[in-house]
Every structure is written in structure tokens, then in C-alpha cells.
Design a protein around this ligand. Sequence first.
Ligand code: ATP
Ligand code: MG
Length: 471
Amino acid sequence: MIALSLAEIAAVVGGQTHDIPDPSVQVTGPVVRDSREAVPGSLFVAFVGERVDGHDFAAAVVAAGAVAVLASRPVGVPAIVVEDVQAALGALARHVVDRLGATLVALTGSAGKTSTKDLIAQVLGAKAPTVFTPGSLNNEIGLPLTALSATEETRFLVLEMGARGIGHIRYLTGLTPPKVGLVLNVGSAHIGEFGGREQIAQAKGEMVESLPAAEDGGAAILNADDPLVRAMASRTKAKVVLFGESDEADVRAENVRLTDSGQPAFRLHTPSGASDVTMRLYGEHHVSNALAAAAVAHELGMSATEIATALSEAGSLSRWRMEVTERPDGVTVVNDAYNANPESMRAALRALVAMGKGRRTWAVLGEMAELGDEALAEHDAVGRLAVRLNVSKLVAVGGREASWLQLGAYNEGSWGEESVHVSDAQAAIDLLRSELRPGDVVLVKASRSVGLEAVATALLETAAEGEVAGR
Ligand SMILES: Nc1ncnc2c1ncn2[C@@H]1O[C@H](COP(=O)(O)OP(=O)(O)OP(=O)(O)O)[C@@H](O)[C@H]1O
Ligand SMILES: [Mg+2]
């Protein structure tokens, strides 16, 4: 964090200082909520969780060098005591970003936030020092903690914002007001909690409502191919920049294709020039993510060539998103077990088929959670798509939803053992261990709650054991 004295922090958050002999002492290190991350100069934020009370670690973090604790009660070591720790953390983040010289970029959407945030961070990072959300820490606590990790050197601060209801994005943009705001898509993620797509659009659109006017530099980056996102143009005073395949888009891709290894390649068009991109990431869905990142970077002064170079170099920064591993025996494992929704299932199946040209392809799929009333139709559709794309083998893993997947495949014309339904990850592991042959490509994908990463892990362990045994 930028250096601030305890007195200053107390004033910003409206807190009382306790057990602080010298309020002019400065916090110079990171602001942390995990006591194990406390280092000299830190400020430790004590939350009361369901199982753990952060206040219990106050003495330990101070022993580790933390300057003070942001707490909701005195703890016997230096503390700034407030009524509401979360609100105090938010106020501190707002104070700090207002003082920083950094340009704030925020993004939201139903699918691809983390992937796109990682792309934006790598593209902008090629130009100037950039701080960005680690992983998916996109909520009311992760967001301010990320913002507080920026320093005087930071030029770009890239923030992922998540929402599970109306008002959530508005709250987050209030903590860290973006100058450039991006909305990726309105899909079906968390549709059960929201109540419907219109409500999701209403909630995500709070992003563009928060932006400064065009004359003050505000820019709304919107997906031209998603009607509900495109329509958000009427909800903002900021300049509107469109990305996508549509002719209307300011930032477009031409000649989009997947290489034989499943990596997208295309010609990037921006209002100021064009340049060729071949990505290191897997799957067609990254084209849209890359265009979104390109639109942000172009708006912030990067040329098409600079953007294309950075997009072509960008790697995967967050785990289990189309993580491709080659086993020594020639089996390729694609671990996309982090998350699943209908859009990403379709993209992943297409990538599997592109990578698996001339090889046997396996789709090991589980439930897509939180689809509400659409669950049956969406699982059925994914099962059918697997057959239409000619995936060699579908293994549907889990309960009712998995049976819908398998039934969709069956009804689309898969027969015999082309599609099977197994009850859990262990059953899938057993099946794959006995059936996989060198050269096969296996995609593993489901919602996080299904825990299918165990399948990918087991497949990779099998290979490692084989390697040791063969030595
Ligand atoms: N543009 C896209 N459209 C559809 N699916 C996508 C897109 N980009 C990434 N995905 C897929 O969606 C899943 C989630 O990706 P990612 O973690 O980037 O999304 P997210 O929006 O950050 O998710 P979360 O809400 O969990 O934070 C992954 O399986 C990924 O492969
Ligand atoms: Mg995320």
C-alpha cells in the first residue's frame, strides 16, 4: 500500500485508535486479511468469519511485524477499531485509489471475467506497471484488498467485479470508480440467484452507469455481439467502444480460426490499424476475451501492433482454465474444471474437437450449477452438441444433471458406449484409467462444486506413476 500513518487511516475509516503509542507510525506493507500473509509494515484486517475470528490472530500478526489491526473491538495490540470492518476497508480503498495516479479499469460479465482480466493485465502490463485482481477475488473484500496493493508506480489498476444481485456492481464501483468499464456478456451464470437474464443485464449494466462522461475520459467497452450488453450503451454518459464480430464493432477480429492445437488465430482490427494475433490460450471463446482486452488497451493508447504482440504472448495466469498437459504416453489432458456454464461448455467442446483432429476425443463433463429452470434444457443441449461435434466419447459424471447430459447425447444419436453416465469422479477415474489409449485427448469440465479437478489430477498422477515405473 502507499504509505499512510495510522492516524490518517483512522481518520479515513472513522475509527478509534487503541493501544497505539505513536499514531504517526506508517503502514508501508500490504493490507492483508490472512494472518499468514502479515509481514513487517502490514495492516491486518480482522474479519469475524463463520469458523474463524480474525481477532484471535491479532497478537500473532503484530509479532510478525504488522503495524496494526483493523478490528471491530480492541485486541490488546495496536488497533484501529471500527463498527464495520468491511465498510472501513472499502473507505480505505476509495481513499487510496483517489490518491493514486493509476487509471482504473473494471470488468464484469457472466463468463470469462478472470480470463479476460488476465489478458488485459498482460497487455497493459506490456506498456506500464499494472496491478490486477489475483485469481477471482472479485467481491466486496477481494476488490478493496487488490486496490490497496497498488503503489505510486502503478499506472493501471485492473479489477474484476462479480455480482450475484442488483446493486453489487454499484457497490464495487463506488469503492474503486473505474474510468474504463467493460461488460463481457450476459449469460446464464448464477441465473437462479438473479431470477432471469434481464435482471442479470440490469445488474451488470451498473458498471457503465458508474463511468465518468466521455468528456472526462470515461469509456464503456461493450460486446457488440451480445444484445443485452450492446443495449447498455443507452445507460452511460461515457464514450462507447464496441468489440466483437459484428460489423458495427470498433475492435473486430477477421479470419478467425483455431490452429491444429486448438489455439485461436485472427487478424485484429482497431480504429487505428490492424495486426495478426496467434494466441497461446486454448479455445475460441478467447477471441471475444482478446477483443475485449484489445478494446481496453486501444482506448488507453496502445497500438494494434503492441496489442497483438502482447495478446500473442499472453499465458494463462489462473488455474484450471483450459489447462493443457501432455502426458508422457501421448494422452493430452485439458483441465477446465474450474467452472462451467452453457457458453463455456460449448467453447470447450469446440476446442477439444479442434485439438483432437485425427485423435480420439473424450469429454468428461459434469453439472453446470445454478441454472434454475433452464437446467434441463441446457444440459440436454450440451449432450447433443457433443454428438454433433463428433466427440468420440462422452462421460457424464454425477447425479440428475449428468443423466440429462447423457440423455441429450443419446437422443442426438450416440449409441453403445459412445456416451456413458457414471455416478462420481472416482467412477470416471476408474473408467478412464482402463480405457484411455496413447494419443487420446480428454477434456474435464463441470461447475466447481462437482470437484471434477480430481479427475484431471488423477489422470496426470497416473502418468507420473507410469513414468517412475518405466525408469
Ligand atoms: N467469453 C467466454 N464465453 C464463454 N465462456 C468463457 C469465456 N471466457 C472464458 N470462458 C470459460 O468460462 C469459465 C470461467 O472462466 P473465467 O474464470 O474466466 O470466468 P469468470 O467470469 O471469472 O468466472 P467466476 O464468476 O467464477 O469468477 C471457464 O471454463 C472458461 O473456459
Ligand atoms: Mg472469475
